[in-house]
Design a protein around this ligand. Structure first.
Ligand code: GAP
Length: 510
């Protein structure tokens, strides 16, 4: 299936099977804002839990907090967001469409990358076993040209953005002949900076109301609480503070479904380390986070690191873990070495010390910070789009199946009576009543069993349990596995253990 078709299918499947709805849909929706439906909320909760356990439960030196969305406005001055949380925007004068100038340039570079990859694939086919990819990439003139051109463009863009030389960013777009992707027009305005924070007000009267921002990242709630947590938790460096919660950004270009939203959720962890040790921990967290992603089995080939040329204003090293979404490789998670920028800035703006007292040396110091930051909604999209498959079956028919990792599936098991008589419904309901304390399970008696299987396949339920006449005789049921469609007969008393062993955090995370 072409990528664009797959993406359309992902969006329609998410709606049809109760995962995601457009926000306030009866009023035609709100751009780049979405609601999670009955199954979506469960999948999202399970992803959050999977992250939380890997961060907080399995690290004795990481604790969690839940800071408020509204923060004192000085927070955002200190963090640099008031002055520097901007995206360079450019408008097309003919189509009146607005774009991020840096994204237009990055998309151009991605096309060069794709061209280089095509050459490599062709050569691989031509040379077979004897193909030496490393040598080919460094010697084939076309590939060398694509790669070096891409590097040159990205470096120039990084330099211009760093120096706030927006005229040069526009010049670059013109030199590369980049056109409006929708209309082909090259009639561009100048590039301008646009602050992404949403403003709001605190207080009832217009005269006394205080201007606030909705937080654009959860991280600052962690920084301002650094000393509270360190002291009350008696934490020793290195230690981490984890948090999940909503963040808000007035994105210029909000396309691609839940990939880029105006209201979204982040899962962030700030790891406070000794100055000078940040690169060691930066490497540690790169590796640890990649392992977390791999543990879900979405395919090693679907991840890659992308080191930043242009750093955020607070970072001395930064990389993205990119995922192969239906629209190509894009950022899923950011790992940043944030230096002591934030703690020092909050010290300066608040006048309060935010330092760690090292009992071994009897000295105070400002820790450095390594941050891992992942969008929960992006992770949802990665898992959901990767799991959606259409399979051809042996009998010539096909099925749509959502092969979600069972630990994340919203519904763990569906229980069916084979027919709606002979006391089978009662037994099925008893099974539900027993399982419901541990798992999200559902009862379904409508339609033929085959159709019920298909419905659960499409929702992503890993197990279907059918109660039939034999159940009355020997207290056994059939359990059908979503991915293999194989069925086995097990005792009712074994069902719970069977489900439990497939969703053990210990097994999945280690
Ligand atoms: N505290 C650092 C920080 O916020 P970021 O790279 O701007 O860094 C971190 O964001 C992660 O948050 C991204 O990797 C992405 O997964 C998610 N994210 C950022 N903007 C988003 C948006 N508009 N919609 C959905 N997710 C977003």
């Amino acid at each position: 299936m072409a990528n664009e078709d797959l993406f359309k299918k992902v969006i329609s499947h998410a709606k049809e099977y109760g995962y995601i709805f457009a926000s306030s849909e009866i009023y035609d929706g709100l751009s780049a804002v979405y609601d999670y439906a009955q199954n979506g909320v469960e999948l999202k909760k399970n992803i959050r839990e999977y992250w939380w356990r890997s961060m907080v439960f399995t690290h004795q030196n990481i604790v969690g907090i839940d800071a408020a969305i509204l923060m004192h406005p000085k927070t955002w001055k200190a963090s640099g967001h008031v002055d520097a949380f901007n995206d360079p925007l450019i408008d097309n004068k003919d189509s009146k469409k607005r774009y991020r100038a840096d994204v237009l340039i990055e998309d151009y570079c991605e096309k060069l990358n794709i061209k280089a990859k095509k050459e490599i694939t062709k050569a691989k086919k031509r040379f077979g076993e004897s193909f030496n990819e490393e040598e080919f990439v460094t010697t084939n003139p076309r590939v060398v040209n694509y790669i070096s051109k891409q590097k040159e463009i990205l470096e120039r863009m990084a330099r211009s953005l760093e120096a706030e030389d927006l005229a040069d960013v526009k010049l670059l777009i013109e030199e590369l002949g980049i056109a409006d992707p929708l209309t082909g027009s090259k009639n561009w305005t100048d590039v301008k900076q646009f602050n992404l924070m949403f403003g709001t007000k605190l207080g009832a009267s217009a005269e006394t109301a205080m201007d606030l921002y909705l937080r654009p990242e959860t991280a600052q709630g962690i920084f301002v609480n650094f000393l509270n947590v360190q002291k009350t938790g008696r934490m020793k460096i290195p230690f981490g503070i984890a948090q999940t919660g909503k963040a808000f950004r007035n994105e210029i270009v909000a396309r691609q479904f839940i990939f880029r939203m105006r209201e979204f959720e982040q899962m962030e962890m700030q790891y406070f380390v000794k100055p000078g040790e940040e690169m060691k921990w930066y490497e540690y967290w790169k590796e640890t986070r990649l392992k977390w992603h791999m543990s879900l089995g979405l395919g090693a080939e679907n991840y890659r690191f992308h080191d930043h040329e242009k750093m955020a204003h607070y970072a001395n090293a930064a990389t993205d873990i990119e995922f192969n979404f239906p629209f190509g490789f894009k950022e899923l998670e950011g790992i940043h070495s944030r230096t002591d920028f934030d703690l020092k800035a909050h010290e300066k703006h608040s006048g309060k010390k935010l330092q760690f007292f090292d009992h071994e040396t009897n000295k105070n110091y400002t820790p450095y910070v390594v941050e891992t930051s992942i969008g929960l909604d992006r992770m949802f999209l990665a898992v959901f789009s990767n799991s959606l498959k259409t399979e051809e079956l042996e009998d010539g028919s096909s099925r749509v199946v959502l092969k979600l990792p069972s630990i994340l599936a919203p519904i763990k098991a569906a229980v069916f009576p084979l027919v709606k008589k002979d006391g089978l419904q009662e037994i099925a309901k008893e099974i539900i009543e027993d399982l419901q304390w541990e798992y999200n399970v559902i009862y379904d008696e409508k339609d033929a069993v085959g159709r019920r299987y298909r419905r659960q396949d499409a929702v992503g339920t890993p197990f279907c349990i059918t109660v039939d006449h034999q159940t009355k005789e020997d207290q056994t049921v059939t359990i059908r596995h979503r991915d293999t469609m194989q069925q086995e007969r097990i005792a009712i008393s074994e069902i719970s253990g069977k489900i439990r062993s497939s969703i053990s955090y210990k097994e999945w995370l280690s």
